[in-house]
Design a protein around this ligand. Structure first.
Ligand SMILES: Cc1cc2nc3c(=O)[nH]c(=O)nc-3n(C[C@H](O)[C@H](O)[C@H](O)COP(=O)(O)O)c2cc1C
Length: 257
């Protein structure tokens, strides 16, 4: 009966059917596609003005909403900000905070490079999205959250990464702006007590998707070598892992745990 229902969904909607979505295996081509998508994602600061069609935006937000969350809490909200007036206020916050950041580098060799960087697209992008965490969602008990309350905002970050990747698959760029006064932005957006702003995003069609992070391209920072970040069993012990060298061991036999 179940499979009958699934079949009907496939035939009538034209969308990927449930059977396809829940298949246990991904083909090599699908795996390559995921890899390509992950590596092609970029933080975008320069946008074209064309707006994002509603169906595209919906798919992007639906991907965000499919993220994992502690105790299935789903603590996120997405505030879709078009208002020029609100955006101007947010931009003022950026300018103030960014001036402070510039002062910190004043007189250092990095000052000129920092000053040359474009670090937001608040006014140019057709849409801004504030992603929030409602710490009180689902009441006081959320399965698994109490020992590590930060897992609620971590869950929101996972939704943001989903959003970022889904946007990239649609040819839509996302830029995360953290050079802001969080309290000021929360006030501007009217967030109630217990709701925290996690991310302020600029979203729209980009001027370009660069092949590498801008900060890498301009010589600000290189990507760390993965191998140096891997430890085995305990902090500090290098993991002898290189591509194709690792075989996951079978689970520890009972009695040895
Ligand atoms: C939490 C977070 C905050 C960020 N804040 C800013 C920001 O304020 N301005 C900016 O230009 N980029 C910001 N970025 C983008 C990073 O600089 C960028 O992700 C990084 O340089 C790697 O580049 P890529 O995202 O294109 O791979 C932020 C990214 C994250 C994850």
């Amino acid at each position: 009966m179940e499979s009958e229902n699934i079949k009907t969904t496939c035939e009538t909607s034209g969308a990927p059917c449930a059977a396809e979505i829940h298949a246990h295996e991904f083909s090599s081509a699908e795996k390559e596609l995921v890899r390509r998508l992950i590596h092609a994602r970029r933080d975008i600061r320069q946008f074209r003005s064309d707006s994002i069609p509603a169906d595209v935006l919906w798919r992007i937000l639906e991907a965000a909403h499919a993220a994992p969350s502690v105790g299935f809490m789903q603590p996120w909200n997405f505030i879709l900000i078009e208002s020029a007036q609100i955006r101007r206020q947010i931009k003022e916050s950026f300018d103030a905070v960014n001036s402070n950041e510039k002062l910190k580098l004043d007189g250092t060799p990095r000052s000129r490079l920092y000053n040359s960087l474009k670090l937001e697209g608040i006014l140019e992008s057709p849409l801004n999205i504030a992603v929030t965490c409602d710490h009180a969602r689902n009441g006081s008990y959320v399965l698994g959250r109490a020992p590590m309350p930060q897992t609620a905002p971590y869950s929101v970050c996972l939704a943001i990464e989903n959003l970022w990747l889904a946007a990239r698959s649609e040819g839509v760029g996302v830029g995360w702006v953290s050079i802001l006064d969080q309290a000021a932005v929360e006030r501007i957006l009217g967030l109630p007590e217990g709701v925290e702003m996690i991310a302020y995003l600029c979203i729209g069609y980009p001027v370009e998707f660069r092949p590498m992070p801008l900060l890498q391209e301009v010589g600000w920072k290189e990507r760390e070598r993965l191998q140096t970040l891997l430890f085995k069993d305990r902090w500090g012990t290098p993991a002898p892992l290189a591509p194709n060298s690792w075989h996951v061991q079978s689970p520890v036999p009972e009695g040895e745990v």
